[in-house]
Design a protein around this ligand. Sequence first.
Ligand code: PLP
Length: 464
Amino acid sequence: MTSYHMTPDEFRAAGHELVEWVARYMETVDGMPILPDTRPGEIIASLPNKAPEDAEPFAAIVADLDAIVMKGVTHWQSPGWFAYFPANTSGPAILGDLVSSGLGQQGMLWATSPATTELEMVVVDWLVDLMGLPQEWKTSGPGGGVIQMSASDATHVALVAARHRLENRAEIGDMVAYTSAQAHSSIEKGANIAGYGHVRLVDVDDLFAMELAALEAAIAADRAAGLTPAFVGSAVGTTGTTAVDPVSEIGEIARREGMWHHVDAAYAGTAMICEEFRHYQDGLELVDSYTFNPHKWMFTNFDCNVFYVADREPLIDAMSIMPPYLRNRASDSGDVIDYRDWHVPLGRRFRALKLWFVLRSYGANGIRHHVREHVRLAHWLEAQIEADGRLELVAPTPFALVSFRHRSGNEATNALAAAINASGHSYITASQIGDVSFIRVSVGQTATDERHVERLWGLIDKKA
Ligand code: PLP
């Protein structure tokens, strides 16, 4: 019988070659210009506009990977990557994903892959202890955790569960979601998708944290207008400057007002593996849901988000529909978790594998070591900036993001940002709050060490 399938032997040979290819990439990425020198449409123009009718040798595909695709790759894995937040990866994570692909599990129900579900339950429970989260969030408690694609998905689902909890008491169009003006746009987007009638972006204080008085005033005005405050999102580590909202006080307001309280710790959640950062999230006992991205700073490649709820009932109640073709004895027994009821998609892959590989391969102490090292390097850079008369900090550095500007103003700041990025070896984000331009340096790529931060500072010093 004719077969076009790659045989196991061919897979073995090509796979060994590609593992070598990735290892070589890890060894050489530091020398590559971080931004690709490519014009819009250039990659498209280099590729045929029709799929091949006939099988091509695998070597030809890899040759085009090198010659065409790599020309358009932005090197997020360069140790000179200081832009946005990291989207770091690591050997164990890549190998975990390889096994996940090889096994091709579809873990929508416990019954369709018991190991996919149970390993996920184990790793999200491990993280409850590792990050000092409330014990009730373990899958053995009323709550539980689940791995999703992104923090945006998790926040969307939290908004849906919050909406569902209030549905008998209020119209969706009257529901209001609150978050700070510095919160990530995924909260506003999630609220729009979930059908909330109103989103309030609450004012922030000098440190870019939500102002409680402004939140209280917004809630009071909305109540007076006959609306229903339904959801409040706190940030532990905003995208702009890693500001931290007063989680405890917001929790008290949420409880008093009967609102759902969600914490977005997409970036900073990883730091909670180190005890000294946990005070930033004091007040989790008054939180209904929490999300963080191992795919940012926990050496686990995209995509891997972890989402916890303190009580899983409203979530499952909102998301669960059981068509006849999915019915099975395990689900009917109520003894298992079917994670399809914890998010929007039905199908789900074995993401827990890569996180399990990372947690075991680094150990909690290994992750703590690298997180602390990134934070130490960020503070070193912060100290250089603070001591330099040409520059000034625009926000504190609670984690590993340094936010600063040129004292001469926006033009000088933007010129400095452009000069850093033109170096090719270091890449930062030029950002703005209000009418103030500033530079974000996010230290957190897996391989970033002292040399890379010193090289960046050398460049800032020269170009400022
Ligand atoms: N929340 C915060 C604080 C973020 O910084 C980000 C992305 O940087 C997100 C949410 C969105 O993350 P994701 O890409 O996983 O949706």
